[in-house]
Design a protein around this ligand. Sequence first.
Ligand SMILES: Nc1nc2c(ncn2[C@@H]2O[C@H](COP(=O)(O)OP(=O)(O)OP(=O)(O)O)[C@@H](O)[C@H]2O)c(=O)[nH]1
Ligand SMILES: [Mg+2]
Length: 471
Amino acid sequence: MKIKKTMLDQSTICAISTSPGVGAIAVIRLSGSDAITIADRVYESPKTGKSLADQAANTLHFGKIVSADETIDEVVIALFRAPHSFTGEDIIEISCHGSVYIQQRILNVLVENGARLALPGEFTQRAFLNGKMDLSQAEAVADVIASANAAAHKLAMNQMRGGFSKEIGALRDQLLHFTAMVELELDFSEEDVEFADRTALRKLTEQIEELLRKLKDSFQLGNAIKNGIPVAIVGETNVGKSTLLNALLNEDRAIVSDIHGTTRDVIEDVVNIHGTAFRFFDTAGIRETEDQIETLGIERSYSKLEQATVVLLVVDTNNPYPLVESRIQNIRERIAPHQTLIIVANKIDSGLRDTIQQIEVMELTDNEKAVFIAAKQKENLEELIDYMSHSINMEEAEQQDIIVTNARHYEILKNAHEAILRVLNGLDMQITGDFLAQDIRECLHYLAEITGEVGTEEVLGHIFKNFCIGK
Ligand SMILES: Nc1nc2c(ncn2[C@@H]2O[C@H](COP(=O)(O)OP(=O)(O)OP(=O)(O)O)[C@@H](O)[C@H]2O)c(=O)[nH]1
Ligand SMILES: [Mg+2]
């Protein structure tokens, strides 16, 4: 592929691949055609005296790293030869003692002897450019490293092994078959024949449309697993939203006071509760105000509400019921069918009996719940957490093979889905084969962007820049 050739830089790169700071051991990685030669310039084997160049692939070697007759450290070196390595190039991995000083010294002598410091993600980028993995798999490497919970880890591992790419590949094969048939017709357009049976074509297109839609829709779930279920805490001023956030996080994250309008901006934090990650957004209390900054804050509250999977509407049970009811009504109007609204009746330690009772008997829809808590006393939070956990269907996640977790893939799938809808529409309108073929080609193009078979250097650069150095 053209872009691949131009991007492949021949220099030998090095980086500390373990996390920064002191550890028992650290690993420094060298990759490129000169990796073994450069390592030999600084390596001494006290026992055999053999150089690394004379050693077999996939072997370990004990020895010293020396610079100008000074021993920097005693190390173990792992040796891999192209193409059987992570990057597809010769790789040397030096396991040294974990002091920051030693790590830096070794890195310096490698650079002095001809290596260059690696850019973020450059090892994985080389693996991609050398055909060791496709783009979606390379992206998953970053996700595996970053995964903070079991579900996210499982998804990322699946993607790294190529599950997602396989699914996309199968889709492309079907589409290619489809275009081949349609394009064949074009060659015989004079004769007015139809090789591509329109009923069969329609069935195939419908299948592809359904699959693309499923993949696209799985992103909401995928995003929730990877980044935490987005939960917006909204309500009037002084009802106890920030107190609730602090109680859920188990720390004094937000300022709490009895002054109305304490929180002015959105406060965000992620916490893992019983194995599920939640991303909480505490928002500015909603009220009529002349204050410009507060008004801006309230606008943000509404926008967080829109983006959330779960909305916690906090109400103060010290208020008379009609007032509470009108607040609930106001928020209800803004809740979309895919969102869960949990009415959190707070301050039950001091609340009005009547208000609490009326909320208890309120009629709720399928995606609504009500809980009664005292945030300040951390009373009854378990029930609330339970409701939040059930707002996304983890069983569905277990059953579904492929879940899209990557925002780039999601954008592309959206485009591909639109293109396939145009094909369906075209079949309905009985448009000519050449227009049909054009839409199918477009859809194919999008799918190829996911696996990196087509793409621009810019996109690739952007993806790998978000990696950590040494990976
Ligand atoms: N009695 C009682 N007081 C509470 C409870 N939860 C919160 N409060 C008090 O209510 C007051 C307001 O709490 P905040 O958490 O600051 O309220 P908020 O909704 O974030 O307010 P704004 O940021 O102004 O919108 C504070 O004095 C809290 O101590 C509760 O369960 N019971
Ligand atoms: Mg607040």
